[in-house]
Write a protein that binds this ligand. Sequence first.
Ligand code: ADE
Length: 255
Amino acid sequence: MNFIILTLFPDMISSMFGNGVLKRAVDNGGIAVTPVNIRDFAEGKHRITDDRPYGGGCGMVMKPEPITAAIRSAKKEFPEAYTILLTPQGRIFNQKVARDLLQHKTLILICGRYEGVDERIREEWVNDEVSIGDYILTGGEPAALVIVDAVSRLIPGVLGGESSAEEDSFSDGLLEYPHYTRPRSFEGAEVPNILLSGDHEKIRQWRRKSSLMRTLLKRPELLESSSLSAEDIELLEELDLRIKKVLQKYPGNDM
Ligand code: ADE
């Protein structure tokens, strides 16, 4: 999969692909990441990329010409590319959006700075607008990196044998169960016995129950859109009863 990232700060992008899983993915051809400096497409001696807003007001707006030239150049090579503007106005990025973006062979990610990009870029070129959360960043670069990371690790082969995207938190709408490794006893805290039992079915049930309990306690709203089996529902009912029993012991709670 190709990620073409239009930015005024290409170094911010490159630094992310020098280590770990993403470096390996680049090295073995699983992904290609091309930071494109928007300034390289700006005209004139000073290669200006921003200007004051029409109508007045504070802040600067990214000019349409350099971004258009950068998109045209990318599209010449990848005409089918899907173009995304990173903006707090976009749809909120999550695991489902990451899976959705996997269907495109090439993504062009436009990183805005300042007050934003000239509206005509949005109208003419943008297929999708994505936000990584309800807060304002100084630019779209961290958002582009979040998207490239989350989408890349879903590409078959990118994670290799060391872990599987299918077991992640959110892959089935639940949070992940707790993980332990050696030592068995660490500063007085023990690994749960069941994980040492060798009983794979019991371990599976314990992990599922832990996932359900964590989700119920930390992110209950996720349960509404997760895919639960009959066994899951039984476990949740059992947990719910237990929680209610504990709460009933304390006078003054309204459950
Ligand atoms: N640019 C500035 N803030 C952003 C956000 N929250 N998500 C994506 N792009 C942004």
